[in-house]
Design a protein around this ligand. Structure first.
Ligand code: BJW
Ligand code: ZN
Length: 241
């Protein structure tokens, strides 16, 4: 397909590339996306659980949701889309990987220095003393408490209305401002400030390529759209680079 060749040419020319990923890149690993039909949990909208208000009202329910997701992603494997991005890194001058995903699949595929805008499922944080604990490989209690101070732990993710980790956000914005090309993969591009990185890149004169199964609010604004599954398109792109 010609568009794929175009995309590969643009990426090779740009040489400095940033990638922004969303839930769609992990779809082929069996992780449900947030919005749309596949995205329900026990009949609930996951968005209604991803808020500080939901946690305050019913921490047990919110922990049930996150413990289920921790198990799901622990059992899942990175897919060819995640792996293709690690190949990009060796073929370009610089590649910055910015993700909204909390599943750590990019890291498990071998990507390094991943900027996790929305935190991750495995660094849990104390609501009392704010210490962070690495919980990889651990089964957490239905309502886990801090070993240091006894207060309730919370998932180390960013909920609606919360600010993104400032250092991560700053690094992502800086990378996107200095990149020549931004590749936007598998995100509905409706959640801010992450979605705003597209306008930031365009404002800095950068080319934007989108890979998605479906049109999104940014599809008409970007330079090139590759419609299809990330796990199929990214490996083809990596081969052409
Ligand atoms: C495939 C595929 C395949 C499927 N291949 N593709 C400016 C304007 C309007 C609102 C705001 C604004 N600024 C801030 C806001 C408020 C809010 C916001 O954005 N709201 C909008 C939704 C209206 N933002 C915030 O609150 C943020 N904080 C903030 O702004 O702080 C400053 C502040 C503080 C206080 C007051 C005011 C300002 C925080 C946002 C945190 C988002 N957190 C979540 C949950 C994380 C934890 C968890 O995982 O549970 O992050 S929400 C959820 O959405 C999650 C995701 O990372 C994020 C993005 O979703 P994503 O990845 O795009 O997934 P989907 O499902 O939406 O899309 C999947 C896509 O893949 C689809 O397009 C499919 O087609 C595609 N696809 N299969 C390729 N195989
Ligand atoms: Zn504590």
């Amino acid at each position: 397909m010609n568009e794929l060749k175009n995309a590969a040419r643009l990426m090779a020319q740009a040489s400095q590339v940033a990638v922004l990923t969303g839930a769609g890149i992990s779809a082929e690993s069996g992780i449900p996306t947030f919005r749309g039909l596949g995205g329900l949990w026990n009949g609930r909208d996951p968005m209604s659980l991803a808020t500080p208000q939901a946690f305050a009202a019913n921490p047990e329910l919110v922990w049930e949701f996150y413990n289920w997701r921790r198990e799901l992603v622990t059992r899942a494997e990175p897919n060819p889309g995640h792996r293709a991005l690690t190949k990009f890194a060796s073929n370009l001058t610089s590649l910055t990987l910015v993700t909204q995903n909390v599943d750590r699949l990019h890291q498990r595929a071998g990507s390094r220095d991943v900027l996790e805008l929305h935190g991750n499922l495995f660094d849990v944080r104390c609501t009392g003393c704010a210490q962070t604990f690495d919980s990889v490989g651990k089964t957490l209690a239905p309502l886990p408490h801090c070993e240091a101070c006894g207060q309730l732990l919370r998932p180390g993710v960013v909920w609606f209305g919360e600010t993104l980790p400032p250092d991560v956000w700053e690094a992502a914005e800086t990378a996107v401002r200095h990149t020549r090309l931004l590749l936007v993969v598998g995100t509905s591009a409706v959640v801010y400030p992450a979605a705003g990185l597209v306008a930031t890149a365009q404002g800095a004169g950068s080319t934007v390529i989108e890979i998605n199964l479906e049109p999104t609010p940014i599809s008409d604004e970007v330079d090139l759209v590759l419609q299809g599954k990330a796990a199929e398109i990214l490996p083809l792109l990596a081969d052409l680079l």
